[in-house]
Design a protein around this ligand. Sequence first.
Ligand code: PLP
Length: 405
Amino acid sequence: MKPMGPFPPEFARQRGALTIGGRDAEAWAAQAGDTPLFVYDMAIVAARVERFRAAFPAVDLHYAIKANPHPALLAAIAPLVDGLDIASAGELTKALAAKPAAAISFAGPGKRDGELTAAIQAGVTLNAESEGEVARALAIGERLGITPRLAVRVNPDAELRGSGMKMGGRPSPFGVDAERAGPLIRTIIAAGADWRGLHIYAGSQVLNAAALIEAQAATLALARRLADEAGSVPPLVNLGGGFGVPYFAGDVSLDIEAVGAALSNLLAGWDDTRFAIELGRWLVAEAGVYLTRVVDRKESRGETFLVVDGGLHHQLAATGNLGTVVRRNYPLALASWMGGDPDETVSVVGPLCTPLDRLGDQVGLPYAEVGDLIAVFLAGAYGATASPADFLGHPRAAELIAHRS
Ligand SMILES: *Cc1c(COP(=O)(O)O)cnc(C)c1O
């Protein structure tokens, strides 16, 4: 038997039939009309937002919508956060339906002229990733007769390497190298654009508070240096995010209260600057459950396989195929018997004709039969839209929202 990751706290204490947002998993499946499906519990998202607010009282909270852009989830989370961070014209359309343009910022390399035009017309802040992008944005603003709102995304220098986090000091398609950011900010200001500040993204999926604290301290030192070089105080410093969630056995959740306490000390003396933290997975990953039904049980050379109707076409990350080096098990459960002791060791595999389609590798579960529901947790971020839904032509998974009651 191989280990699996820890259940999110809201599910860890459940016994018997799994409930999501107070409703039985089977009732959600009935509502969807078919399996597989995703259910997102907004009460869990709201609890994460409240925890962030308590730990970071002086910092704005942005939601990075690529983690989960489902329209109903976006509509429900938008009023809870201060801003939305987007990375394409498609996300721009979704974000504008949920939040005013002044609360939206647009990062990402390779923004096309059409995307820059749409963003400038809407009044969205562009987190510029290169000198070339700034030049194109200024020209488009000139042509439209609209002053572009421009922040500079900075690729940190070597000083920002800390506690095993890989951040900066390396060539990167993201952001402008720190040593070139000062002159670029001067160019933006001299051109009469609305300089919105700095965006310094520290990386992703960090569970180590000390590493994050060290990175944020280095980020603030860099921001101070760039403000001096540019001769102008940034109105906003987006500190990036990087808050991780425990997916795998041995992962321990991030102590955000420690990070918040350290950051509030660092913010002394920055009276004219607002700070933001942009989070994706930390806000939504634990709120999502992917429900899939057992289609077949089979034995092969001593191993038991539960063949389910869901797989990597909906939940690529849970199969270990979205940027992991070693495949490890997400937490999963037999939905009818949460907390049940394992009866057997099984591999939970999807219907796709590739050995990559494995949601659980030799996990311990209570005995499951054809027709039973299997729940895969941590499905709220980088699920439906980060998976190759068209691969092999199975239907898309339904996505349902459990609203806060
Ligand atoms: C993807 C992304 C995020 C969100 O990352 P998470 O790991 O989901 O928190 C935040 N900011 C930027 C610039 C990103 O590209």
